[in-house]
Each structure stands twice: as structure tokens, then as C-alpha cells.
Write a protein that binds this ligand. Structure first.
Ligand code: ASP
Length: 439
């Protein structure tokens, strides 16, 4: 068996955390390829090394002396190196980093050093080979990640390597300059490595025991999701549930490699298993509930809309021309609603309204702001009757008015629109009826 293990910043923030990681890796000989993030926060008011690096690099551009800032970063690593009793020497590395910063090597280069240095420390600690991600993660000349080239290069490089540490978050462009993924991108590196070696499992170690059924800021101590499919995960992350970088799913989805989200501080917990497909029945009818506030509905009414060919296209074209992406389009016989992010819509509001008048000459345009959308997601809903009925019963009970309903044909999710101020209560009511009362 071959496993790729990725550790997030909070799992590597101190020597103590490194030790836990070491124990986890040594507990299973299949954990052969390790992808570390940069050291994260040791306590809630602490600063992530990545943020320290961005800040330090910005000071170079502002022409101020960076010695102190660089020293503070160096201390973060030294504390780990000393705490683990390692012999690693970082003088030369920091000298190079200073020079590159002064030569304006770019903020991507700057940020990437967090993972790079942590990779060196981790490789020394585990006695694994260190492989610089710049030599195996390829971006094209426009800075776009080149998945196929990377897969070839990575596969070849790892063919003869039993055990290695490959830092997360960055790679290189054809001219050798460093390019990073977006924030949280070490997750992507982990899945790229897993794909390249044809891993049996990609373990993503973080500081939570997997995905929760819903947001713990809304529901106290929500249950953990044991198994979730890639598609369910996509629906939930679209609505704001975050644990894993959304782009890390693509490399694995087509290979059918499962991802296990695990907790470095509670390795005994099973965590959440993310799979392509499964016969495992979810514990509850629903897998998860997620949602977001801040949507706006543009309701367009016109008599005999149904017979007007191209009506929908012309409406959506107005949004396209204004650079606004639409989220949902529930429609009736003579009504057509477009739901968008309020923040994107606000400044272009009047352009959109006049554009709609020109495009479809509606009888009425009505705007409704401050809406929240809630996605109730679950593969189990397909085989269960009455899911929607239960959701609406719960909302009625909680005195919440439903503004919109959208059930995709996949029966994998039901989207419900409520007023912003009803959002939290609505999520609680849905959680209660499916999870607490075990219906
Ligand atoms: N260190 C990077 C960040 O803070 C990447 C990562 O941790 O995945 O975004």
C-alpha cells in the first residue's frame, strides 16, 4: 500500500506538533510520501509563517530593512529545529532568501519559502529524501498549473524513491521562477502526488476530526460526517464548508483515490472519508447542511414569457455583459428569477436593470436583497421519501418563511432561500429534524 500524507500548518506549528506528526508517520509504514504546509498558528493570536513571509516581502518592496522580520521567521524554524534536537543548518538558506527578496524574486517565491523550509526540516526529522516541489510541480508560462506535465514529471521522479518529503503549495514555471497555488494550496500538492504515484489513500491531516454535518458556529458540537462523496463535498464546499481546498478534488476524482481527513491531535478518530462512490449508507438521511448569506434575487415578470423563445438567454446575457455570475435561476410560468451574490451585484445594479429593460422589455422587475441560501445535501435523499416535506415542516415549526426552493435533478441537494436574519435558525431547525431526532 502507498499513502500520501499531507499535514496542515497547525499540525506543524511547533516542535511538539512535529513530534505528533512523526508518531503518526511512523505508526504506518505505508505513509511514504509526506507533503507539509508551512508552520501555522501556535495559538489563536499567532501569525502563520506564510503571512509573515508575505509581510516581510512587502517591506522589501517598500524599501525598508527586513532584517528583523526575517529574523522573526528564522526563529519560528529554529524553535522547531532545536525542539526536535536536529542538526539542520538554515544559515545559507536564509542568506539566499534575503538575497532573492532583495532581488525582488516575487511574492510567490516569498510565500513558498514557508513550505520549502518546513520540507527541509521535516525530511531531516524523518530521514526521508527531500524533493523540492519546484522540480516536480509544473506551471506553464502563463502561470497556469500544467496537470499532465506535472503528472509525468512527478511519476518519473518518485518511481525509484521509497520515501520522500515534497513541500506543498508551490511549483515552478518553465523559466524556473516560483509559482504558488492559491492560499491553502498544499492540499492540492498532496492530491497531485497521490495521483502521480497511484496512491491507495490520500490522508489530509488537519486540526479537526473531519467534516462536520454543519457549521459549529451555528450548531453546538455537530456530528462528524463519516463518508462523503466528491459530489456531495463539492455542493457543501460551494456553500462555504471548508476543510479542504476545492481544487484538490480534481486530480483525485478521476482516479478514484479516496481522501481521508484526519486530526493530528486526535489520530484515533476515524475522520471523514471522501470517496467517488459508495454503498455505505449515510448515518442520517442528509450528509450535510451548509449555507451563505448575502444573496440578492432579481425577479423578472412578463406575461406570456413561456412563449417567448430566447427569453432566458437574453436575461442571462445581461448578467454576463455586466460580469456577474449567476448562482441559481428558479423560474415560474411568467416569472424568471436570477439569484446573484449581492456584493457582486450592488455596484452594477442600475446597469443590469436598464440592460434587462432593453433586452426583454419586462412588465416588472423586483429586487429582493439580504437573502441567505442553505444547501441540504445528501446522497441518502434519493432513496428517501419526504425529505423536502421534513425540511419544510421543520422550517414552518421554526416560524421561518421560505423564499425559494431549488431541487437539482440529481436529488443530491435541495437549496432553500430564506431571509438573512432567519439563516442560523433555519440551519438549526434542519439539523435538529434530521440529526438530533434521527428521522
Ligand atoms: N501555507 C499556505 C497558506 O497559508 C498554503 C497551505 O498551508 O496550504 O495558505
Amino acid at each position: 500500500m502507498k499513502k500520501v500524507v499531507k499535514f496542515g500548518g497547525s499540525s506543524l506549528a511547533s516542535a511538539e506538533q512535529f513530534r505528533k506528526v512523526g508518531e503518526i508517520i511512523h505508526a504506518d509504514k505505508d505513509r511514504r510520501y509526506v507533503v507539509p504546509s508551512a508552520p501555522g498558528k501556535r495559538y489563536s493570536s499567532d501569525t502563520k509563517v506564510t503571512d509573515m513571509l508575505y509581510d516581510c516581502y512587502n517591506s522589501v518592496s517598500a524599501n525598508s530593512d527586513i532584517s528583523q522580520k526575517l529574523q522573526a521567521i528564522r526563529e519560528r524554524y529554529q524553535e522547531i529545529v532545536d525542539g526536535l534536537g536536529l542538526e539542520v543548518q538554515l544559515d545559507e538558506e536564509f542568506q539566499t532568501i534575503r538575497e532573492e527578496f532583495e532581488n525582488q524574486a516575487g511574492s510567490d517565491y516569498a510565500a513558498s519559502r514557508g513550505e520549502y523550509l518546513n520540507g527541509i526540516v521535516m525530511a531531516a526529522y524523518l530521514d526521508y529524501e527531500f524533493i523540492d516541489a519546484a522540480s516536480v510541480i509544473c506551471f506553464d508560462e502563463d502561470g497556469v498549473f500544467d496537470a499532465e506535465k506535472t503528472n509525468k514529471v512527478m511519476k518519473k521522479r518518485l518511481e525509484t524513491v521509497e520515501r520522500a518529503v515534497i513541500p506543498g503549495f508551490y511549483g515552478a514555471m518553465p523559466d524556473g521562477s516560483i509559482k504558488t497555488f492559491s492560499r491553502g494550496g498544499s492540499d492540492i500538492t498532496g492530491s497531485i502526488v497521490a495521483r502521480a504515484i497511484g496512491a491507495d489513500l490520500y490522508e489530509n491531516w488537519t486540526d479537526v476530526s473531519g467534516f462536520l454535518v454543519t457549521d459549529p458556529r451555528i450548531v453546538e458540537n455537530p456530528e462528524t460526517i463519516e463518508t462523503i462523496t466528491y459530489r456531495e463535498l463539492r455542493e457543501l464546499s460551494y456553500m462555504g464548508a471548508t476543510v479542504l481546498h476545492a481544487d484538490s478534488i480534481f486530480p483525485l476524482r478521476r482516479e478514484g483515490i479516496p481522501i481521508n481527513i484526519k486530526n493530528t491531535n486526535r489520530p484515533q478518530d476515524p475522520g471523514t472519508l471522501i470517496v467517488e462512490r459508495t454503498c455505505r449508507r449515510p448515518r442520517f438521511t442528509i450528509t450535510g447542511i451548509a449555507g451563505k448569506k448575502g444573496f440578492c434575487a432579481i425577479n423578472i415578470e412578463k406575461d406570456m414569457m413561456n412563449s417567448e423563445i430566447g427569453f432566458g438567454r437574453r436575461v442571462l446575457q445581461v448578467f454576463e455583459e455586466n460580469g456577474i455570475s449567476f448562482e441559481h435561476v428558479p423560474s415560474g410560468i411568467d416569472t424568471f428569477t436570477v439569484i446573484v451574490h449581492q456584493s457582486e451585484f450592488m455596484e452594477k445594479e442600475q446597469n443590469v436593470i436598464s440592460g434587462l429593460h432593453r433586452a426583454v422589455n419586462p412588465d416588472l422587475i423586483d429586487l429582493e436583497a439580504d437573502l441567505a441560501l442553505i444547501a441540504v445535501v445528501g446522497r441518502g435523499m434519493r432513496a428517501t421519501r419526504g425529505t423536502a416535506a421534513r425540511i419544510f415542516a421543520a422550517l414552518t415549526h421554526a416560524n421561518i418563511n421560505v423564499k425559494m426552493i431549488d431541487q437539482g435533478s440529481s436529488e443530491l441537494n435541495i437549496i432553500i432561500g430564506v431571509r438573512n436574519e432567519d439563516f442560523e435558525n433555519a440551519v438549526r431547525a434542519i439539523y435538529d429534524i434530521f440529526v438530533l431526532t434521527h428521522l
